[in-house]
Design a protein around this ligand. Structure first.
Ligand code: OXD
Ligand code: MN
Length: 598
């Protein structure tokens, strides 16, 4: 129940449409979360894991048709199609609302409707925003309890007339009287809709219970709708990690980083530095909201309160801090189950036991010839459990951002690190970043570069060109010395014979050290046609085995002919964005080409 008339009216309206058996206002207490977990266990949706090994942990298995975000069923329903731009799926909002209202009609019959007040960002922070998710999934409630701040304290903050973003979610599987529930109810693919209405700032999601499709605070609110709000209000809602770096003298820098998926964003956010005396602490691993503070600098908060991390590949070697974060009070989805009630996944750092139950619920042995955990299996863990969470990660004023990294997975052309000449050149870098398409994705474009501006391609709630213009505009709102410096990094460059040239992981701290030095006006650099590059010895390699001088030379090579090819591909990419592309970016490309030919 709430004093907020607008919220009460919306809840009443949705209850009348969806016809749940009952309504539960989420209070956000530990007891409530436990009783919901008990309920999901009793219903056969969840498995309580071995409580000695994994206290407070549960495993869920999704339906085989509902395992990831569905970009093909994700819509930006702006009034005008032009405003959604060339990179989003668009449906007329009136038509979409009609289609979805028909689907929502009676969709919660036989189920409980949960009302989850949640805050993206610390409750009461001037940078935070409030949302309310209505859902018929207890799984969503227990995940939202980890990923956001939920419950009574948020309702109190909302007060009688506070603003909130309404986020409506249903798994789209009503139950007839007496009908048995499935262990992961959801609707078929052609009935799934993840819809955003940017003008009215509403989110309507139907048919999927998985991750970003259903935990609406994350991609739907904190990126797609928030990116629209950020543009209107003069701030930035970005798909970026936030880390805090302290040097041996105690100097602190805060760095944000935008990377497309499968580039090790969570690993970088929790990195264990290999250079003595340096410390990395985590502020966030996925999303950054940045606003100008009174000091004229951009200040970032992590709007989330948990990590929704990809499990396969996470190990004590690749990311010990993520492993330790997920040791207790964690929800695992689509991981394999061991006979002693623990989880397992591919590349967890130790061999699979001789028998497992795989993510589909079937018996599995090492001879089975299939993966035991789904490739997109996840852990939902409280950020507060991260051993290296920064003490100021919940500072309501955010952390002042010194540097922004952009990057992707490129085996050629892009050096290990280069710094932009200035803000606009940095936005150019962000607009062209991307990864080579790997064989892991079924595509006829393997080897081609998929460009993903600021890693936001699936998450911009409006026209990509207006988005890039917004980044350029932000640069005019303060003085150049107060803006973060922008760097393009590439941990994935290979030698001609296909060997990784850079070890990555904790060794990336060596690159971060140079970034910090550059922020302080130090750090040796040489001006090249593409930006400032470290001089051959500017990256600290003390104690680093296996990276020779020759490797370093390749890692920092700028090959003009490769870059001229790159420029052709960038022009093609820009042409796909149409006539709204900011002129400044085309000018940056022309200037790059001229410098390469000079
Ligand atoms: C995520 C994603 O889950 O980017 O964070 O897909
Ligand atoms: Mn992400």
């Amino acid at each position: 129940m709430t004093q907020n008339k607008k919220l009460q009216a919306w809840v009443d309206e949705i209850a009348a449409l969806c016809k749940p058996d009952s309504i539960h206002w989420v209070t956000g207490t530990e007891e409530e979360k436990q009783s919901l977990l008990d309920l999901t266990e009793k219903q056969g949706m969840a498995i309580k894991l071995n409580q000695e090994k994994r206290p407070g942990c549960y495993l869920f298995r999704s339906d085989a048709s509902d395992v990831a975000r569905v970009e093909g069923r994700t819509f930006i329903a702006s009034v005008s199609a032009e405003d959604a731009g060339p990179t989003n799926n668009w449906i007329d909002p009136v038509e979409l609302k009609k289609t979805m209202k028909d689907l929502y009609e009676g969709c919660m019959e036989g189920r409980t409707m949960y009302v989850i007040p949640f805050s993206m960002g610390p409750v009461g922070s001037p940078i935070s925003k409030i949302g309310v998710e209505i859902t018929d999934s207890a799984y969503v409630v227990v995940n939202m309890d980890i990923m956001t701040r939920t419950g009574t304290k948020v309702l109190e903050q909302l007060g009688a007339d506070g603003e909130f973003i309404p986020c409506l979610h249903s798994v789209g599987a009503p139950l007839k009287p007496g009908e048995a529930d499935s262990s992961w109810p959801c609707a078929p693919m052609d009935k799934k809709y993840i819809s955003h209405f940017p003008e009215t700032k509403e989110i309507w999601s139907f048919g999927s219970g998985y991750g970003g499709n259903a935990l609406l605070g994350k991609k739907c609110f904190a990126l797609r709708i928030a990116s629209v709000m950020a543009r209107e209000e003069g701030w930035l809602a970005e798909h970026m990690l936030i880390l805090k770096l302290t040097d041996p003298k105690g100097n602190v820098k805060h760095i944000c980083g935008a990377f497309p998926s499968a580039c090790g964003k969570t690993n970088l956010a929790m990195l264990v530095p290999t250079i003595p005396g340096w410390k990395v602490e985590t502020v966030g691993d996925d999303i950054a909201w940045m606003k100008f503070g009174a000091d004229g600098r951009l200040h970032a908060i992590n709007p989330e309160a948990g990590f929704f991390g990809v499990a396969p590949g996470t190990s004590m070697e690749s990311n010990p801090n993520a492993m330790l974060s997920a040791q207790k009070n964690t929800i695992f989805t689509n991981c394999a189950l061991t006979d002693d009630g623990d989880i397992w996944w591919e590349d967890i750092g130790y061999d699979a036991p001789s028998h497992l139950i795989d993510w589909t619920g079937k018996d599995w042995t090492p001879e089975s010839g299939v993966e035991a955990a789904h490739k997109n299996a996840r852990f939902t863990a409280p950020a507060s459990q991260c051993p290296v969470i920064a003490p100021d990660w919940e500072d309501p004023n955010g952390v002042a951002v010194d540097a922004i990294l952009v990057g992707g997975r490129r085996k050629t052309t892009i050096p290990l690190v280069h710094e932009s000449f200035d803000w606009n050149h940095g936005i150019f870098m962000g607009s062209i970043m991307g990864s080579e398409i790997t064989a892991a994705v079924i595509s006829d474009k393997v080897g081609q570069v998929r460009r993903d501006p600021f890693a936001m391609l699936p998450f911009i709630g409006y026209h990509v060109c207006d988005y890039l213009q917004h980044w350029l505009d932000i640069g005019t709102k303060t003085t150049a010395d107060k803006l973060p410096k922008i760097f393009y990094v590439n941990w994935f460059r290979k030698s001609d014979d296909g060997k990784w040239l850079w070890p990555g992981y904790g060794e990336n701290s060596r690159v971060l050290k140079w970034v910090c030095e550059r922020c302080d006006g130090a750090g040796e650099a040489v001006k090249t046609p593409i930006g400032y590059l470290p001089t051959p010895n500017a990256i600290d390699r003390a104690g680093l085995d296996g990276v020779t001088d020759a490797d370093m030379e390749t890692l920092l090579k700028v090959d003009n002919s490769e870059w001229l090819n790159e420029a052709v591909s960038i022009r093609e990419h820009y042409n796909n964005y149409g006539h709204k592309l900011p002129k400044e970016l085309m000018k940056q490309l022309d200037e790059l080409e001229a410098r390469l030919k000079a």
